[in-house]
Write a protein that binds this ligand. Structure first.
Ligand code: NAD
Ligand code: ZN
Ligand code: ZN
Length: 341
Protein backbone atom coordinates (compact mmCIF):
# COMPACT_ATOMS: atom_id res chain seq x y z
CA UNK A 1 0.00 0.00 0.00
CA UNK A 2 0.95 3.65 -0.38
CA UNK A 3 2.20 5.65 2.62
CA UNK A 4 3.80 9.05 3.42
CA UNK A 5 6.92 8.08 5.38
CA UNK A 6 9.18 10.14 7.61
CA UNK A 7 12.80 9.02 7.18
CA UNK A 8 14.51 11.70 9.27
CA UNK A 9 15.27 15.41 9.26
CA UNK A 10 13.45 17.08 6.31
CA UNK A 11 13.15 13.70 4.56
CA UNK A 12 9.53 12.77 3.73
CA UNK A 13 8.85 10.36 0.87
CA UNK A 14 5.73 8.76 -0.58
CA UNK A 15 6.36 5.03 -1.00
CA UNK A 16 4.29 2.18 -2.45
CA UNK A 17 5.87 -0.90 -0.88
CA UNK A 18 4.38 -0.97 2.63
CA UNK A 19 2.59 -4.19 3.44
CA UNK A 20 -1.07 -3.92 4.38
CA UNK A 21 -1.17 -4.82 8.11
CA UNK A 22 -3.28 -7.67 9.46
CA UNK A 23 -5.00 -6.95 12.81
CA UNK A 24 -4.77 -9.48 15.62
CA UNK A 25 -6.01 -9.55 19.23
CA UNK A 26 -7.38 -6.12 20.16
CA UNK A 27 -6.13 -4.43 16.97
CA UNK A 28 -8.29 -2.83 14.30
CA UNK A 29 -7.39 -2.13 10.68
CA UNK A 30 -8.90 1.05 9.21
CA UNK A 31 -9.34 2.00 5.59
CA UNK A 32 -8.33 5.64 5.78
CA UNK A 33 -10.86 8.23 4.63
CA UNK A 34 -8.73 11.26 5.47
CA UNK A 35 -5.57 12.20 7.34
CA UNK A 36 -5.23 15.83 8.46
CA UNK A 37 -1.97 17.74 8.00
CA UNK A 38 -1.00 19.31 11.34
CA UNK A 39 1.70 21.90 11.97
CA UNK A 40 3.13 19.50 14.57
CA UNK A 41 4.24 17.35 11.61
CA UNK A 42 6.47 20.26 10.58
CA UNK A 43 8.01 20.36 14.07
CA UNK A 44 8.81 16.64 13.60
CA UNK A 45 10.05 17.00 10.02
CA UNK A 46 11.99 20.27 10.33
CA UNK A 47 13.05 20.34 13.98
CA UNK A 48 13.29 16.63 14.80
CA UNK A 49 10.87 16.46 17.76
CA UNK A 50 10.60 12.69 17.10
CA UNK A 51 13.94 11.16 16.12
CA UNK A 52 15.50 7.80 15.42
CA UNK A 53 12.60 5.97 13.78
CA UNK A 54 11.09 5.67 10.32
CA UNK A 55 7.30 5.78 10.35
CA UNK A 56 4.17 6.79 8.44
CA UNK A 57 3.07 10.36 9.21
CA UNK A 58 -0.50 11.45 10.00
CA UNK A 59 -1.85 11.72 13.54
CA UNK A 60 -5.26 13.17 12.62
CA UNK A 61 -7.13 10.24 11.18
CA UNK A 62 -10.55 8.94 10.29
CA UNK A 63 -11.82 6.07 8.19
CA UNK A 64 -13.89 2.93 7.99
CA UNK A 65 -13.28 -0.36 9.81
CA UNK A 66 -11.71 -2.76 7.34
CA UNK A 67 -10.90 -5.72 9.59
CA UNK A 68 -10.86 -6.46 13.35
CA UNK A 69 -8.68 -8.64 15.56
CA UNK A 70 -10.26 -11.70 17.20
CA UNK A 71 -10.78 -9.94 20.57
CA UNK A 72 -12.56 -6.85 19.21
CA UNK A 73 -16.26 -6.50 19.92
CA UNK A 74 -18.79 -3.78 19.12
CA UNK A 75 -17.42 -2.81 15.71
CA UNK A 76 -17.99 -4.25 12.24
CA UNK A 77 -16.57 -3.71 8.78
CA UNK A 78 -17.65 -0.36 7.31
CA UNK A 79 -18.25 1.52 10.59
CA UNK A 80 -17.04 5.14 10.31
CA UNK A 81 -14.69 6.12 13.14
CA UNK A 82 -12.13 8.67 14.29
CA UNK A 83 -8.79 7.57 15.71
CA UNK A 84 -8.09 9.14 19.09
CA UNK A 85 -4.49 10.28 18.64
CA UNK A 86 -2.51 10.21 21.92
CA UNK A 87 -2.16 6.52 22.68
CA UNK A 88 -1.55 5.88 26.38
CA UNK A 89 -0.88 2.65 28.25
CA UNK A 90 -4.63 2.21 28.73
CA UNK A 91 -4.21 1.13 32.35
CA UNK A 92 -2.97 4.04 34.51
CA UNK A 93 -5.34 6.44 36.27
CA UNK A 94 -5.31 9.21 33.62
CA UNK A 95 -5.91 6.57 30.91
CA UNK A 96 -8.78 5.05 32.95
CA UNK A 97 -10.23 8.58 33.10
CA UNK A 98 -9.92 8.71 29.27
CA UNK A 99 -7.13 11.31 29.51
CA UNK A 100 -4.57 9.28 27.59
CA UNK A 101 -3.03 12.59 26.53
CA UNK A 102 -1.65 12.69 30.09
CA UNK A 103 -0.81 8.96 30.46
CA UNK A 104 1.65 8.34 33.30
CA UNK A 105 3.87 6.44 30.85
CA UNK A 106 4.08 9.09 28.11
CA UNK A 107 7.82 9.57 28.65
CA UNK A 108 8.67 5.89 28.12
CA UNK A 109 6.69 4.93 25.01
CA UNK A 110 6.02 6.12 21.46
CA UNK A 111 2.65 7.71 21.94
CA UNK A 112 0.65 7.53 18.78
CA UNK A 113 0.21 6.74 15.12
CA UNK A 114 2.03 9.39 13.10
CA UNK A 115 4.10 10.34 16.16
CA UNK A 116 6.73 7.60 16.16
CA UNK A 117 4.39 4.73 15.22
CA UNK A 118 2.74 4.30 11.81
CA UNK A 119 -0.02 6.86 11.25
CA UNK A 120 -2.80 7.47 8.80
CA UNK A 121 -1.21 9.05 5.71
CA UNK A 122 -1.62 5.68 3.99
CA UNK A 123 -4.27 3.48 2.43
CA UNK A 124 -4.70 1.59 5.71
CA UNK A 125 -3.75 2.12 9.36
CA UNK A 126 -3.41 -0.32 12.23
CA UNK A 127 -4.88 0.92 15.54
CA UNK A 128 -3.71 -1.03 18.64
CA UNK A 129 -7.09 -1.14 20.37
CA UNK A 130 -10.74 -0.40 19.67
CA UNK A 131 -10.56 1.71 22.88
CA UNK A 132 -8.91 4.36 20.68
CA UNK A 133 -11.80 4.64 18.22
CA UNK A 134 -14.69 7.11 18.42
CA UNK A 135 -17.73 6.48 16.20
CA UNK A 136 -18.81 9.37 13.97
CA UNK A 137 -22.16 7.96 12.84
CA UNK A 138 -23.36 10.00 9.83
CA UNK A 139 -20.23 12.22 9.49
CA UNK A 140 -17.94 11.71 6.50
CA UNK A 141 -14.46 10.45 7.58
CA UNK A 142 -12.80 12.65 4.94
CA UNK A 143 -14.21 15.78 6.52
CA UNK A 144 -14.15 14.51 10.10
CA UNK A 145 -10.45 13.60 10.39
CA UNK A 146 -9.35 17.03 11.73
CA UNK A 147 -11.83 16.72 14.59
CA UNK A 148 -9.28 14.45 16.31
CA UNK A 149 -6.74 17.24 16.79
CA UNK A 150 -7.57 20.58 15.08
CA UNK A 151 -10.89 20.53 16.98
CA UNK A 152 -10.16 18.37 20.04
CA UNK A 153 -7.08 20.33 21.14
CA UNK A 154 -8.73 23.79 21.16
CA UNK A 155 -11.94 22.27 22.61
CA UNK A 156 -10.05 20.86 25.60
CA UNK A 157 -8.08 24.12 26.06
CA UNK A 158 -11.29 26.19 25.96
CA UNK A 159 -13.23 23.84 28.25
CA UNK A 160 -10.71 24.24 31.06
CA UNK A 161 -11.19 28.05 30.93
CA UNK A 162 -14.94 28.01 30.34
CA UNK A 163 -15.95 29.44 33.76
CA UNK A 164 -13.86 32.52 32.91
CA UNK A 165 -15.30 33.03 29.41
CA UNK A 166 -18.35 35.07 30.46
CA UNK A 167 -20.17 37.53 28.14
CA UNK A 168 -18.55 40.56 29.76
CA UNK A 169 -15.03 39.21 29.18
CA UNK A 170 -12.58 39.14 26.27
CA UNK A 171 -10.70 36.15 24.87
CA UNK A 172 -7.68 36.54 22.59
CA UNK A 173 -6.96 33.83 20.00
CA UNK A 174 -3.46 34.02 18.48
CA UNK A 175 -3.05 32.10 15.19
CA UNK A 176 -6.03 31.42 12.92
CA UNK A 177 -4.73 28.25 11.25
CA UNK A 178 -5.91 24.65 11.51
CA UNK A 179 -6.47 24.77 15.29
CA UNK A 180 -7.23 28.48 15.61
CA UNK A 181 -10.02 28.58 13.01
CA UNK A 182 -11.86 25.83 14.91
CA UNK A 183 -11.12 27.49 18.28
CA UNK A 184 -12.99 30.60 17.10
CA UNK A 185 -16.08 28.56 16.27
CA UNK A 186 -15.99 26.61 19.54
CA UNK A 187 -15.70 29.88 21.47
CA UNK A 188 -18.59 31.33 19.47
CA UNK A 189 -20.76 28.29 20.24
CA UNK A 190 -19.97 27.41 23.86
CA UNK A 191 -18.77 30.64 25.47
CA UNK A 192 -20.08 34.16 25.79
CA UNK A 193 -16.80 36.08 25.68
CA UNK A 194 -16.02 38.63 22.95
CA UNK A 195 -13.33 37.24 20.65
CA UNK A 196 -10.22 39.13 19.55
CA UNK A 197 -8.31 37.18 16.89
CA UNK A 198 -4.66 37.71 15.88
CA UNK A 199 -2.77 36.49 12.83
CA UNK A 200 -0.17 37.93 10.49
CA UNK A 201 -2.00 38.18 7.17
CA UNK A 202 -5.06 40.16 6.14
CA UNK A 203 -6.84 37.14 4.65
CA UNK A 204 -6.52 35.17 7.92
CA UNK A 205 -7.87 38.19 9.83
CA UNK A 206 -10.85 38.47 7.46
CA UNK A 207 -11.42 34.70 7.82
CA UNK A 208 -11.41 35.11 11.63
CA UNK A 209 -14.19 37.67 11.43
CA UNK A 210 -16.29 35.28 9.33
CA UNK A 211 -15.89 32.66 12.06
CA UNK A 212 -17.07 34.78 14.97
CA UNK A 213 -14.23 37.09 15.98
CA UNK A 214 -15.54 40.53 16.93
CA UNK A 215 -12.09 42.07 16.42
CA UNK A 216 -9.05 41.06 14.36
CA UNK A 217 -5.57 42.43 15.02
CA UNK A 218 -2.38 41.87 13.02
CA UNK A 219 0.12 40.59 15.60
CA UNK A 220 2.98 41.71 13.34
CA UNK A 221 2.06 45.31 14.21
CA UNK A 222 4.55 46.66 16.76
CA UNK A 223 1.64 48.06 18.78
CA UNK A 224 -0.55 44.90 18.65
CA UNK A 225 -0.74 44.72 22.46
CA UNK A 226 -1.82 48.38 22.68
CA UNK A 227 -4.49 47.77 20.02
CA UNK A 228 -5.86 44.85 22.05
CA UNK A 229 -5.81 46.80 25.32
CA UNK A 230 -7.67 49.65 23.62
CA UNK A 231 -10.49 47.17 22.94
CA UNK A 232 -10.55 45.51 26.37
CA UNK A 233 -9.94 48.61 28.48
CA UNK A 234 -8.38 48.27 31.91
CA UNK A 235 -9.73 44.77 32.59
CA UNK A 236 -7.62 43.19 29.79
CA UNK A 237 -8.30 39.71 28.31
CA UNK A 238 -9.51 37.05 30.79
CA UNK A 239 -8.22 34.24 28.57
CA UNK A 240 -5.47 34.14 25.93
CA UNK A 241 -5.19 31.08 23.69
CA UNK A 242 -1.86 31.05 21.84
CA UNK A 243 -1.87 28.67 18.85
CA UNK A 244 1.63 29.74 17.76
CA UNK A 245 3.81 29.47 20.86
CA UNK A 246 6.66 31.66 19.59
CA UNK A 247 8.52 33.98 21.96
CA UNK A 248 6.80 36.98 20.34
CA UNK A 249 3.28 35.56 20.81
CA UNK A 250 3.94 34.45 24.41
CA UNK A 251 5.21 37.96 25.03
CA UNK A 252 2.04 39.42 23.50
CA UNK A 253 -0.07 37.11 25.70
CA UNK A 254 1.65 38.25 28.90
CA UNK A 255 0.96 41.90 27.96
CA UNK A 256 -2.77 41.46 27.37
CA UNK A 257 -3.84 38.81 29.91
CA UNK A 258 -5.83 40.06 32.91
CA UNK A 259 -5.40 39.59 36.63
CA UNK A 260 -6.60 36.07 37.55
CA UNK A 261 -6.68 35.22 33.81
CA UNK A 262 -5.57 32.15 31.85
CA UNK A 263 -2.63 32.25 29.44
CA UNK A 264 -2.85 28.99 27.53
CA UNK A 265 -0.02 28.13 25.16
CA UNK A 266 -1.08 25.42 22.73
CA UNK A 267 1.37 26.16 19.91
CA UNK A 268 4.70 24.35 19.93
CA UNK A 269 6.58 27.16 18.22
CA UNK A 270 9.68 26.81 20.38
CA UNK A 271 9.13 30.06 22.27
CA UNK A 272 10.81 30.98 25.54
CA UNK A 273 9.38 32.57 28.63
CA UNK A 274 11.39 33.82 31.56
CA UNK A 275 9.35 34.15 34.73
CA UNK A 276 9.70 37.36 36.66
CA UNK A 277 7.53 38.62 39.49
CA UNK A 278 6.41 41.72 37.62
CA UNK A 279 6.15 39.98 34.25
CA UNK A 280 2.67 38.54 34.78
CA UNK A 281 -0.42 39.99 36.50
CA UNK A 282 -1.22 38.29 39.81
CA UNK A 283 -3.32 35.13 39.68
CA UNK A 284 -2.57 34.21 36.05
CA UNK A 285 -2.53 30.49 35.22
CA UNK A 286 -0.05 29.75 32.47
CA UNK A 287 -0.57 26.29 30.95
CA UNK A 288 0.65 24.20 28.04
CA UNK A 289 -2.16 21.74 27.37
CA UNK A 290 -1.61 18.71 25.20
CA UNK A 291 -4.44 17.43 22.99
CA UNK A 292 -7.63 16.31 24.87
CA UNK A 293 -9.34 13.25 26.34
CA UNK A 294 -11.23 10.46 24.58
CA UNK A 295 -14.55 11.58 26.04
CA UNK A 296 -13.86 15.19 24.98
CA UNK A 297 -13.43 13.84 21.43
CA UNK A 298 -16.94 12.40 21.73
CA UNK A 299 -18.16 15.87 22.70
CA UNK A 300 -16.39 17.37 19.69
CA UNK A 301 -18.19 14.85 17.45
CA UNK A 302 -21.41 16.16 19.01
CA UNK A 303 -20.49 19.74 18.07
CA UNK A 304 -19.79 18.66 14.49
CA UNK A 305 -22.97 16.57 14.17
CA UNK A 306 -24.99 19.56 15.38
CA UNK A 307 -23.19 21.61 12.68
CA UNK A 308 -21.90 24.04 15.30
CA UNK A 309 -18.36 23.71 13.96
CA UNK A 310 -17.32 23.47 10.35
CA UNK A 311 -13.78 22.57 9.38
CA UNK A 312 -12.57 24.46 6.34
CA UNK A 313 -10.86 21.75 4.31
CA UNK A 314 -8.46 21.56 1.37
CA UNK A 315 -8.40 18.06 -0.10
CA UNK A 316 -5.14 16.63 -1.48
CA UNK A 317 -3.69 13.30 -2.62
CA UNK A 318 -1.10 11.36 -0.56
CA UNK A 319 1.33 11.98 -3.46
CA UNK A 320 1.14 15.73 -2.79
CA UNK A 321 2.23 15.54 0.87
CA UNK A 322 5.49 17.45 0.40
CA UNK A 323 3.81 20.26 -1.56
CA UNK A 324 1.17 20.56 1.17
CA UNK A 325 3.82 20.71 3.91
CA UNK A 326 5.62 23.43 1.97
CA UNK A 327 2.41 25.49 1.72
CA UNK A 328 1.91 25.03 5.47
CA UNK A 329 5.46 26.30 6.14
CA UNK A 330 4.49 29.44 4.23
CA UNK A 331 1.24 29.86 6.19
CA UNK A 332 -0.79 29.50 2.97
CA UNK A 333 -3.34 26.89 4.02
CA UNK A 334 -6.83 28.14 4.82
CA UNK A 335 -8.23 25.94 7.59
CA UNK A 336 -6.91 22.37 7.35
CA UNK A 337 -5.38 20.33 4.55
CA UNK A 338 -6.49 16.68 4.50
CA UNK A 339 -4.72 13.95 2.55
CA UNK A 340 -7.07 11.44 0.98
CA UNK A 341 -5.80 8.02 -0.18
P1 NAD B 1 -1.20 26.14 11.14
O1 NAD B 1 0.05 26.20 10.37
O2 NAD B 1 -2.42 25.56 10.51
O3 NAD B 1 -1.62 27.59 11.68
C1 NAD B 1 -0.72 28.47 12.28
C2 NAD B 1 -1.31 29.87 12.13
O4 NAD B 1 -0.56 30.78 12.94
C3 NAD B 1 -1.27 30.40 10.72
O5 NAD B 1 -2.53 30.96 10.36
C4 NAD B 1 -0.17 31.47 10.77
O6 NAD B 1 -0.40 32.52 9.84
C5 NAD B 1 -0.34 31.95 12.20
N1 NAD B 1 0.83 32.62 12.75
C6 NAD B 1 2.15 32.36 12.55
N2 NAD B 1 2.92 33.22 13.24
C7 NAD B 1 2.08 34.05 13.91
C8 NAD B 1 2.25 35.14 14.80
N3 NAD B 1 3.47 35.55 15.14
N4 NAD B 1 1.15 35.75 15.29
C9 NAD B 1 -0.10 35.32 14.95
N5 NAD B 1 -0.31 34.30 14.10
C10 NAD B 1 0.76 33.67 13.60
O7 NAD B 1 -0.86 25.34 12.49
P2 NAD B 1 -1.81 24.40 13.39
O8 NAD B 1 -1.83 23.05 12.80
O9 NAD B 1 -3.05 25.12 13.70
O10 NAD B 1 -0.92 24.29 14.73
C11 NAD B 1 -0.67 25.43 15.51
C12 NAD B 1 0.37 25.10 16.58
O11 NAD B 1 -0.22 24.24 17.55
C13 NAD B 1 1.60 24.37 16.05
O12 NAD B 1 2.75 24.82 16.77
C14 NAD B 1 1.30 22.92 16.40
O13 NAD B 1 2.46 22.15 16.52
C15 NAD B 1 0.62 23.11 17.73
N6 NAD B 1 -0.22 21.99 18.18
C16 NAD B 1 -0.22 21.73 19.51
C17 NAD B 1 -1.04 20.75 20.00
C18 NAD B 1 -1.07 20.46 21.47
O14 NAD B 1 -1.70 19.49 21.87
N7 NAD B 1 -0.46 21.28 22.31
C19 NAD B 1 -1.86 20.00 19.14
C20 NAD B 1 -1.84 20.31 17.78
C21 NAD B 1 -1.02 21.33 17.31
ZN1 ZN C 1 -1.41 17.71 15.65
ZN1 ZN D 1 -1.63 5.38 30.85
Amino acid sequence: MKAVRFFGHKDVRVVNDIEKPVPKGDEVLLKIGGAGVCHSDLHIIDEGTVVGTVFTLGHENAGWIEEIGENVEGYKKGDAVLVYGPWGCGHCKPCQQSKENYCDHQSEQAYGGGLGLDGGMADYMLVPSSRLLVPIFDLDPVIAAPLTDAALTPYSAIKRSLPKLMPDEYVVVIGVGGLGHVALQILREISGAAIIACDVTEDKLAFAKELGAAFAINSKDADAAEQILKITGIKKAKVVLDFVGATSTIDLGTKVVSLDGDLTIVGLGGGHYQYSMNGLPFGVSMTNPYWGSRTELMEVVGLARQKKIHIEIEKHKLDDANEVYERMRQGKIKGRAVLIP
